[in-house]
Ligand binder design. Structure first.
Ligand code: PLP
Length: 401
């Protein structure tokens, strides 16, 4: 079809002009934070494999044994014949770690969020969502058809004003936020949000994709904020610190039972392969037994922020906001020349005007390489032609000795 290809070409050209076209680069990840790309070896600061568990021998052994015993695929959705006994074990382990009555495993984090939210809210209900919440929380919210109000990022007073004005007219209300923001690395004020939700009979849901395994002694953002009971709906993924693939919700028994009978992404999508469940169980064992390991990614991120005089990292994710997409691309290319892989993050993943470098630190990043990275980042801005693009903190901070 001519019109179809014309449509695709003109869309691509438009994105190209705005430096917003994305392309896939073949990337071969090694054990640890190194990546092979186009014949070159880079130290990656763009992987979410915070505990370097993707290649851990215990996870590989668990997954290999599961493949040998149970095959490579689940064969059907969980409600048909895909509910392997490993799921029960995995859900018990997740609930234990998160301090909830029960858990439900989904095919991925994206599938979890797009499944969970529409079960909890519909047209007569109200959803409040942080403006920087992850794309799949937005997708779930949009699928729900609930009335949706957006509060300014981490602005509890704004959320309160919206609830004061609108809560009474809605049947139920749900407030959704990231626990750790995926592109900013900051934490949601879960204690304050929990108090607000209690006052307005509103259910609090936090996406802990970047919290599990790396903050709150590995138990995630609700624990970092005080305790698990703060957040009745703790969603997360098995694909970041856990090293494999899959998503989950930890909640009360009643909520979990409801998910298992109503969540469309659970009902109409094939279950995870048993090997993914087996690998995740092995990862949880490591997280529960090695508190020293779970503290490392944040410590590495803090070493970086302190070298550059940036605000202290609150999670293993450190953003460096640059502004325009082409400037972020150039900065990323410069770091690549130094052997660092730092994928630029551009709109629509982040708001227009906030294209950035996003650094993700893992337990195995060598300290001396973090020091070298910090100097490379400083050099980027020391020689930048357009001074307005120099992030304020770095402009102010003298080179470290
Ligand atoms: C990565 C991510 C997801 C999606 O999880 P997947 O398992 O990769 O689908 C959801 N929420 C946040 C905040 C994420 O960063």
């Amino acid at each position: 079809m001519r019109s179809l290809d014309d449509f695709a070409y003109s869309k691509l050209a438009e994105l190209e002009r705005a430096s917003l076209r994305r392309t896939l680069a073949e990337s071969l990840r090694e054990d640890g934070p190194w990546v092979l790309r186009e014949g070159r070896r880079f130290l990656s600061f763009s992987c979410n494999d915070y505990l370097n568990l993707t290649h851990h021998p215990a996870l590989k052994a668990a997954a290999t044994a599961a493949i040998e015993n149970y095959g490579v695929g689940a064969g059907a959705s969980r409600l048909v014949t895909g509910n392997h006994p490993l799921f029960r074990e995995l859900e018990e382990r997740l609930a234990r770690l998160k301090g909830t009555e029960a858990a439900c495993v989904f095919g991925s984090g994206y599938l979890a969020n797009t499944g969970i939210v529409p079960v909890l809210a519909g047209a007569p209900d109200l959803i409040l969502i942080d403006e920087l919440a992850h794309a799949c929380l937005w997708a779930g919210t949009n699928l729900s058809r609930a009335r949706t109000l957006v509060f300014r990022h981490n602005d509890v007073a704004h959320a309160k004003a919206l609830l004061s004005e609108n809560r009474a007219r809605a049947r139920n209300a749900l407030l959704v936020t990231d626990g750790v923001f995926s592109m900013d690395g900051d934490l949601a004020p879960l204690q304050e949000l929990a108090a607000l939700c209690a006052a307005f009979d509103t259910w609090l849901m936090a996406d802990d994709a970047h919290g599990l395994g790396v903050i709150g002694s590995g138990r995630g953002s609700a624990f970092a904020a005080g305790q698990s009971g703060l957040v009745p709906l703790q969603m997360g993924t098995l694909s970041k610190a856990i090293g494999g693939y899959g998503g989950y919700l930890c909640a009360s028994r009643a909520v979990i039972d409801l998910m298992k009978t109503r969540a469309r992404t659970l009902i109409y999508s094939t279950a995870l392969p048993p090997a993914s469940a087996a690998a995740a169980i092995a990862a949880l064992t490591i997280i529960e037994s090695e508190p020293g390991l779970t503290a490392k990614p944040l410590a590495k991120a803090r070493a970086f922020t302190s070298r550059l005089g940036l605000p202290e990292a609150q999670s293993p994710i450190v953003p460096l906001i640059i502004g325009e997409p082409d400037a972020a691309l150039q900065a990323s290319n410069k770091l690549a020349e130094e052997g660092f892989l730092v994928t630029p993050i551009r709109p629509p993943t982040v708001p227009v005007g906030t294209a950035r470098l996003r650094f993700a630190f893992t337990a195995l990043h060598p300290d001396e390489e973090i020091a070298r990275l910090a100097e490379a980042v400083r050099a980027l801005f020391a020689f930048a032609p357009a001074r307005k693009e120099i992030p304020e903190e770095i402009a102010k901070c003298p080179p470290s000795s």
